[in-house]
Ligand binder design. Structure first.
Ligand SMILES: [Zn+2]
Length: 501
């Protein structure tokens, strides 16, 4: 079985000119030449794309290296983000992508400035505290905020405190994040991060602290967005590292009030803009039908946005480029979008100033032509499963995907894809069928939104596996007639996949 599969795939790969070692080149004399007039074999081509990328994809690694080195951190609306977008557009043109455009939209930027934190024990002993401001936190007064910390074990417990009861106090929600392969431990903590500051403000708190959304035990801050309420974030809000949160807990257990002093000179930049970078490979038969691939080009300010989300851009771009290099275009158009203003995007949806909304506004009348949409925004570790769009479970298409992806150790699940991701979210909500290529997130939240999100953390072999799976999968959708909308209408509601954000 294995021998026959590999022989078939090898023949397919040779015919497509995808393999070029001397040994393979010698064999290729026996294979018929690929003809542009004849359609390429769907599955054999997908398998050849997969094998080509698995043998080592330098384009994705090179792209991420150059992006993170030239521009470093790329916060929404910053000159770094704007320059990175201009560079990426030129790079896409040079690689031969078509209809490359940069779509500007206005945003309010946020700059961290300087920040300090200190812990003061009941006996007045002062200790350094490692804490970082959350995105769009207002500055503290110049003298800082110093107050007693009140601990809550959940957002609900904080919400249950009487209004005004935390006047002159700092509220802290102290909930531990659970390490999960699918990253599902993040949702409950990011929800506290998003809503906690406004709930604490309602109770009268002077500031908000979060045991940070991270799975490491290093003294390195995981920042992240918090939500605007009534057009602003009401009080200064910080993430506290795990060892520092533990220290606060232990001091509280010893008895007596524990105080924290916070300082931040964060500021807002009004009148700036972010942008989406859009590029295509036009389809040969149905150019109006679009397979949408998304990732975000902006990043948090502390690291260089390598795994969040430089590699996402690199993965979708390198996968599309492999397809572009085939002797024949796919039947449908492949569109890649490097979204802007995902980190931090504000105000939060609905209607927020972030790339996902800007894209939908500009393509509103095309939503029905989006035949599938997927997003890569979960680092660069390997893909282990696929959630197909609703209704596609168990179909011939699902079986074909299974055959193509099994050698890359990817499972096709019986679950329908959920929301797909933040950037494609508005387009998916508007009706585009969504797929999810699920990555191993076991170590993602050790690095996510920290100063340690840097290029050296990328595992090149796993990055290549991502490119391989994307290339094979996207080819199967773009060069076939698969109609996920019809499948959704024909099949009863299957279980829905997890939320990925
Ligand atoms: Zn991201």
């Amino acid at each position: 079985m294995a021998a026959s599969i590999s022989r078939t795939l090898l023949t397919g790969a040779v015919a497509l000119g995808l393999l070029s070692s001397p040994a393979v080149a010698a064999k290729s004399k026996k294979a018929p030449p690929a003809s542009a007039a004849q359609p390429l074999p769907l599955e054999a081509t997908a398998a050849a794309l997969r094998d080509r990328a698995m043998s080592g994809d330098n384009l994705a690694l090179d792209f991420t290296r150059e992006l993170t080195t030239r521009f470093g951190p790329r916060p929404a609306g910053s000159p770094n983000e704007q320059a990175a977008a201009a560079w990426a557009a030129e790079r896409l043109k040079a690689l031969g992508f078509e209809n490359v455009q940069v779509q500007d939209f206005p945003v309010t930027g946020w700059r961290r400035g300087e920040e300090r934190a200190e812990l003061i024990t009941a006996q007045g002993i002062r200790q350094p505290l490692v804490a970082v401001a959350l995105g769009h936190s207002p500055a503290t007064p110049p003298e800082g905020v110093e107050a007693e910390v009140v601990l809550f074990d959940s957002l609900e417990a904080l919400a249950a405190a009487p209004d005004g009861s935390l006047a002159g106090k700092i509220a802290m929600v102290d909930r531990r994040m659970v390490r999960m392969q699918d990253g599902s431990g993040y949702g409950p903590i990011s929800r506290i991060r998003a809503l906690g500051p406004s709930v604490a403000a309602k109770k009268g708190a002077a500031a908000f602290l979060l045991r940070q959304a991270g799975t490491d035990n290093h003294r390195m801050g995981h920042t992240g967005t918090t939500r605007y309420v009534d057009g602003k974030v009401q009080i200064p809000c910080f993430a506290v590292t795990v060892p520092d949160a533990d220290q606060i807990e232990r001091l509280k257990a010893l008895g007596g009030p524990v105080r924290v002093k916070l300082f931040s000179s964060a500021s807002y930049v009004t009148g700036t803009h972010s942008q989406n970078v859009i590029a295509e490979i036009r389809g040969r038969e149905k150019p109006d039908e679009v397979v949408l691939l998304g990732a975000h080009l902006d990043s948090w300010d502390q690291g260089t946005g390598a795994i969040d989300d430089g590699t996402g851009d690199a993965i979708i771009m390198a996968a599309a480029k492999l397809i572009k290099d085939l002797p024949q275009r796919p039947r449908r158009t492949i569109r890649i979008v490097f979204y802007g203003s995902e980190e931090p995007s504000q105000p939060n949806p609905p209607g927020g100033a972030f790339g996902g909304n800007a894209y939908l506004q500009a393509h509103k009348d095309q939503v029905g032509l989006h035949v599938a949409a997927g997003e890569s925004d979960f680092g660069a570790d390997r893909i282990y499963s696929v959630n197909l769009p609703k209704g596609a479970q168990g179909t011939d298409f699902a079986k074909a995907i299974e055959r193509v992806l099994a050698p890359a150790k990817v499972l096709v699940t019986g679950n329908a894809a959920g929301e797909g991701g933040t950037d494609i979210g508005p387009t998916v909500e508007a009706g585009a069928p969504v797929f999810e290529l699920n990555q191993d997130g076991s170590r993602y939240f050790d690095l996510h939104h920290t100063p340690d999100d840097t290029f050296d953390k990328i595992d090149p072999e796993q990055l290549s596996q991502n490119v391989a799976v994307w290339a094979a999968f996207v080819w199967m959708v773009a060069d076939s007639d698969v109609d996920f909308r019809a499948m959704a209408a024909a099949n009863p509601t299957p279980p829905t996949g997890r939320r990925r954000d």
